[in-house]
Ligand binder design. Structure first.
Ligand SMILES: [Zn+2]
Length: 386
């Protein structure tokens, strides 16, 4: 017995009773066939529906050799009649996105003659690849025309034409199909071969928003959202812009300029800070402490750049130069350098004497010690390299 495909006649059926024709085990559960089904199997770029047969979750639906297989985790009794329910919100979101995609593809085709050569429906957005390039301005115009077609509430019809009818029609198609071609027509807008469920009029698509586009294989790939997914996107982005606008006391359409201004100010402050730190480290060269053959400096606010700057200077004046920065409670970072000593030995000595970790190569090492300033000075005044 062949399963009756309810989704072809009426894409709005989301609850129905069906009899289980077969139930077989497979690697991760069971696959079930029904006498009729509204579960759309993956196809035409649209993912499979989810839902329930009785209380058993339908995790995937595939069409194989003309059979619609419902993949489930629990076995169902053959001959039993079950109430079946689709995850309708998911299916309707997909129908909005898919019908929206047809409107976009039809309008691009009629305005510019470009074909839809690739189509991906993710859960949250759709991408369409066209074999020609479009500018942002052209996409704005397309978006206007697409939404105008939505407001006009044009009817959408799906049917299987016979060979005679089909041969007289000019329709969009990615494949050279000759039999069982299902057509989806959108009044005044598009005619395309497609096996997926669609909304019954363009008004139900709600809105189409083109979000992004990029060059792709000699044409463009555009990213769009329709219906509830577009609404959700607007809601999230509106909140984001609203918050940024309040935070920066800027009008909403001007938040980009406001953020750019803050960004530039931070850049300036960072540059000033860098120069200031450089000057401080420069003047602290006079405060290096020389003790025997080593020189050292201990600070409470030096960063790595400042320490390195000072150590480089100290290395010219002494055989070993060290800089420490930090505080007794949280420990000190250190950098040490020498042009003559084996720094591996120096690292070992500092780490073992001052409860530290770190190391490096060649002439410079860096790390962190858990010791007080007093312990550090004591070590520096008594180590073997003085
Ligand atoms: Zn389609």
């Amino acid at each position: 017995m062949i399963t009756e495909k309810l989704y072809y006649n009426n894409s709005y059926i989301n609850e129905f009773s069906a009899v289980v024709l077969s139930c077989d085990a497979c690697t991760d559960g069971f696959f079930v066939t029904l006498d009729k089904t509204a579960f759309f199997p993956e196809g035409g770029g649209q993912k499979a529906d989810n839902g329930y047969i009785g209380d058993v979750f339908v995790k995937d639906v595939q069409e194989e050799s003309g059979k619609i297989l419902h993949f489930v985790d629990k076995a169902l009794s053959v001959g039993g009649e079950y109430l079946c329910k689709l995850n309708w919100q998911q299916r309707f979101n997909r129908m909005q996105n898919h019908s929206g995609e047809h409107i976009v593809s039809g309008i691009v085709n009629s305005l510019y003659g470009y074909d839809n050569v690739g189509f991906h429906m993710e859960e949250d957005y759709v991408t369409i690849d066209f074999n020609g390039e479009l500018t942002r301005e052209q996409l704005d115009e397309i978006e206007d025309k697409v939404n105008y077609a939505i407001y006009k509430n044009y009817s959408i019809n799906c049917w299987f034409p016979d060979q005679t009818e089909l041969s007289g029609l000019d329709y969009r198609s990615k494949l050279e199909l000759t039999e069982n071609v299902r057509l989806v027509s959108i009044e005044n807008t598009d005619l395309c071969a497609c096996c997926a469920p669609h909304v019954k009029s363009t008004g139900e698509v709600g809105i189409v928003k083109i979000l992004d586009f990029m060059r792709h294989r000699g044409g463009i790939r555009l990213v769009m959202k329709a219906g509830f997914k577009a609404l959700l996107d607007y809601r999230e982005k509106y909140r984001s812009v609203y918050d940024i606008s309040n935070l920066l006391s800027a009008k909403q359409p001007e938040v980009f300029n406001a953020v750019e201004r803050v960004y530039n100010e931070v850049d300036d402050v960072n540059r000033e800070l860098y120069n200031f730190k450089h000057k401080v480290a420069e003047s602290d060269k006079n405060n290096l402490i020389y003790s025997g053959n080593i020189s050292y400096f201990i600070s409470s606010f030096y960063d790595t750049d400042m320490m390195r700057n000072l150590v480089n200077y100290g290395m010219e004046k002494s055989s070993l130069s060290l800089a420490f920065s930090g505080e007794d409670e949280n420990g000190y970072s250190y950098i040490a350098g020498s042009n003559s000593l084996d720094m591996k030995n120096v690292a070992r000595s500092i780490n073992s004497s001052l409860n530290g970790r770190g190391g490096g190569r060649d002439t410079m090492i860096q790390g962190k010690v858990s010791a007080t300033k007093e312990q550090i000075v004591n070590y520096l005044e008594n180590n073997e390299w003085r």
